[in-house]
Design a protein around this ligand. Structure first.
Ligand code: ATP
Ligand code: RIB
Length: 310
C-alpha cells in the first residue's frame, strides 16, 4: 500500500518546555531552569504529525479547549498535513497542558493537565469510523480509559489493527486491552503495567510475556530507549537494537517510533524492518531539540538508515 490511511486518537497539549533542570524541587521549594519555550505537543498530536511526516494520510480525533492554545495546536496540525475533521472544541474547558522538565541526556519528567482531553468520547471515534475506513488506528493513554478500552473492542469486532503506545506510565487492567494488535510501552510504562522493571533480558522477557498472556495482543513491542526494542509474540522473542547517537532531547521519540512503525507496517514491510525503520526515525528525533520540531520526515529517516548501522 503506497499511502496508508491512519486514524490517531489521542491527546493534544500545549507543552511548556523547561530546559536545564539539575535538581527536582521538594515541597515548599523552587527549582530553577535556564530557558523555556511553548511548543505544540500531546502524544496524540505528536503521533498524528509523525504519521503525516512519515508518508501516510493522518487523521486525528481529539479535543481542544476554546482558547488560544487550542487554536495554535489546530494550526500546527493542519500545517503538517494532519486532517483535523474529528478534532472537537470543548466550549467550556481549557486545552491540555504538559510541563516538560528537561534534565541531562535528553531525559525529562512531565506534569500533565488533561483539560479538554478528558472530554474525548467513544462517539468521536465512532463518528470517524462512520465516515472513513482506516488501515490502522493508533492511540495512547492520555485520554479517558473507557475510550481506550472501547477502541480495543472495536479493533476486534471490526478487524482494524490497533496500535497502542501505552504512555504515559500507569497501572491498568491488561485484560481490558484485549483486541489491540500491538501494545508498545516504554521502560517506565512496562514497569507500571506489569510490576517488572525491564532491566535484564530475563526481566524484559517476563514483562513482555505477562502483557502478551493477559492482554492477548498480536504483538508486544517494548521500547527500551537507547537499548532499542523487544518484540514478543508466539513466534517472536526478538531483541532489535537501536542506533547509537548522542541524544539531546528524547521528547516525542516514542511517538515518532510508534508512528514510523505503523506507517511502515501498513506499507507492507515486515515487523523487523518496520522496527528498524522506526529506530532510525526515533534516533533522528532524539538528536534534535524539542518535541514536534524534532520529528523527521520519511526521507530524513531513510537517509539516516542508509548511512548508519545499529
Ligand atoms: P516519548 O514518550 O517522549 O515520546 P518514550 O519514552 O516513549 O518517548 P523511549 O522508550 O525513550 O521513548 O524511546 C523510543 C525509541 O526512541 C527507542 O525505541 C529508540 O528507537 C529511540 N531512542 C530513545 N532514546 C534513544 C537514544 N538515547 N539513542 C538512540 N535512540 C534512542
Ligand atoms: O510524548 C511526548 C508528549 O507527552 C509531550 O508532547 C507532552 O505533551 C506529553 O503529553
Amino acid at each position: 500500500m503506497d499511502r496508508p490511511k491512519i486514524l490517531v486518537v489521542g491527546s493534544m497539549n500545549m507543552d511548556l518546555v523547561m530546559y536545564g533542570m539539575t535538581d527536582l524541587p521538594k515541597w515548599g521549594t523552587s527549582a530553577f531552569c535556564t530557558e523555556y519555550q511553548y511548543a505544540a505537543g500531546g502524544k496524540g498530536l505528536n503521533q498524528s504529525l509523525a504519521v503525516a511526516l512519515q508518508g501516510a494520510d493522518a487523521f486525528l480525533a481529539g479535543r481542544i479547549g476554546r482558547d488560544d492554545n487550542g487554536k495554535r495546536l489546530l494550526e500546527q496540525a493542519e500545517k503538517a498535513g494532519v486532517r483535523t475533521d474529528y478534532v472537537k472544541r470543548d466550549e467550556n474547558g481549557l486545552t491540555g497542558l504538559s510541563t516538560m522538565n528537561m534534565g541531562e541526556d535528553g531525559k525529562y519528567f512531565s506534569i500533565y493537565a488533561p483539560g479538554a482531553n478528558r472530554k474525548l468520547e467513544i462517539a468521536d471515534v465512532e463518528n470517524a469510523l462512520a465516515h472513513q475506513s482506516f488501515d490502522m488506528i493508533a492511540m495512547q493513554l492520555e485520554m479517558p480509559l473507557e475510550v481506550v478500552y472501547h477502541i480495543c473492542e472495536l479493533g476486534r469486532k471490526r478487524q482494524i489493527p490497533i496500535f497502542l503506545d501505552a504512555g504515559p506510565a500507569m497501572s491498568i487492567p491488561l485484560e481490558r486491552l484485549r483486541g489491540a494488535f500491538v501494545i508498545s510501552p516504554n521502560e517506565a510504562e512496562t514497569e507500571a503495567l506489569t510490576g517488572i522493571a525491564p532491566d535484564t533480558m530475563e526481566q524484559i522477557e517476563a514483562a513482555a510475556e505477562k502483557i502478551y498472556r493477559e492482554a492477548e495482543p498480536g504483538y508486544v513491542l517494548l521500547k527500551l530507549g537507547s537499548r532499542g526494542a523487544y518484540l514478543y509474540s508466539r513466534e517472536h522473542r526478538d531483541y532489535i537494537p537501536g542506533f547509537r547517537v548522542k541524544a539531546i532531547d528524547t521528547t516525542a521519540a516514542g511517538d515518532t517510533f510508534g508512528a514510523a512503525f505503523c506507517v511502515q507496517y501498513c506499507m507492507g514491510k515486515c515487523l523487523e524492518d518496520s522496527i528498524r525503520f522506526a529506530h532510525a526515525a526515533a534516533a533522528v528525533c532524539v538528536t534534535r531539540k524539542g518535541g514536534q520540531p524534532s520529528i523527521p520526515t520519511k526521507k530524513e529517516a531513510e537517509e539516516f538508515l542508509s548511512e548508519h548501522t545499529p
